[in-house]
Write a protein that binds this ligand. Structure first.
Ligand SMILES: Nc1ncnc2c1ncn2[C@@H]1O[C@H](COP(=O)(O)OP(=O)(O)OP(=O)(O)O)[C@@H](O)[C@H]1O
Length: 276
């Protein structure tokens, strides 16, 4: 990592402004290094994008940030608590985590509003439990914010890919988390679905009351306006990280994806293609 990271991440931040602090983090499975020597910090008001090729280690990094796994080496502090010293079952409700793996665990016959509301109880598939009407109001508000209030009574298994993604983002926000982690939310969406989701994530990013957010993606086209920071990962190591406008360059993309790439900017959106 270069000067960009040091300048943009540490200036003026008090210790409790950090929602994520990772230092010297490595994750090993057998002889494979999934992550190595990774330093990364996320502050309360930041919205991060993590970008990298298939197998770069993005999901592994997000699972560390979600307290779903421990590092092999180094230190991970989340919301002021150190992994290894904290009960992860107390930490996880403070973190909204939205992944394709979660989508696969939702019973297809579960009703959409219950997929959302049950997040407060950290359960899936127990939709007959009694929930408070305030919880239902909040769930309906979140489904409205994501543009799918009309689907509240549908069964999850009948939803399209994009509708499932929006349901799970609503669920991730249900507990009013201090940090929101989104793993490839636009994967599998058609062009219209992607654009709609990017616009909604952009509104969320610009909401000062929204939690610190980390979005994993493969594509610069999916970066919602309002996201502030970028971490580029390649082979389990950081290529560059810091302010989005400093880090997102043709040169850094070329290093990250190991081929000549040209970046273009149009308004607040980005596009990339092979150079030449
Ligand atoms: N338990 C494991 N044992 C060995 N290798 C693993 C294990 N889990 C993950 N890996 C490898 O670690 C690397 C990083 O995986 P990870 O899922 O974090 O990448 P990713 O950047 O999210 O990839 P993608 O974009 O394809 O989802 C991959 O090469 C993967 O095959």
């Amino acid at each position: 990592m270069g000067d960009v990271t040091e300048q943009t991440q540490t200036a003026g931040a008090a210790a409790d402004d950090f929602v994520v602090r990772m230092a010297g983090v490595g994750v090993r499975r057998g002889r494979t290094e999934l992550l190595s020597g990774l330093d990364w910090q996320v502050e309360l008001d930041e919205r991060w994008v993590i970008l990298g090729a298939n197998g770069a280690g993005k999901t592994t990094l997000l699972r560390l940030a979600a307290a779903e796994m421990h590092p092999t080496t180094g230190v991970v502090d989340l919301l002021g608590e150190r992994l290894g010293r904290v009960d992860v079952f107390e930490l996880r409700p403070r973190i909204g985590f939205c992944t394709a793996a979660l989508a696969n665990r939702v019973p297809p016959d579960e009703v959409v509003r219950d997929v959302v509301v049950s997040a407060g109880y950290a359960v899936l598939g127990r939709w007959r439990e009694e929930y408070d009407s305030l919880d239902h109001d909040r769930a309906m508000g979140l489904l409205g914010m994501l543009g799918i209030p009309h689907l509240a009574d549908r069964r999850f298994g009948t939803l399209s890919e994009g509708e499932r993604k929006r349901t799970l983002i609503s669920r991730a926000l249900m507990t009013d988390p201090e940090m929101l982690l989104l793993d490839e939310p636009a994967a599998g969406l058609d062009l219209g679905g992607r654009e709609d989701l990017v616009a909604r994530l952009s509104s969320l990013a610009m909401d000062p009351d929204a939690p610190a957010t980390v979005l994993v993606t493969h594509h610069v086209e999916e970066i919602p306006p309002g996201f502030t920071h970028l971490l580029l990962l390649s082979d389990g190591a950081v290529v560059a990280s810091g302010l989005l406008e400093d880090v997102l360059t043709s040169e850094n993309l070329t290093k990250t994806f190991n081929q000549p790439l040209e970046l273009e900017r149009s308004g607040a959106r980005y596009f990339a293609r092979r150079a030449g």
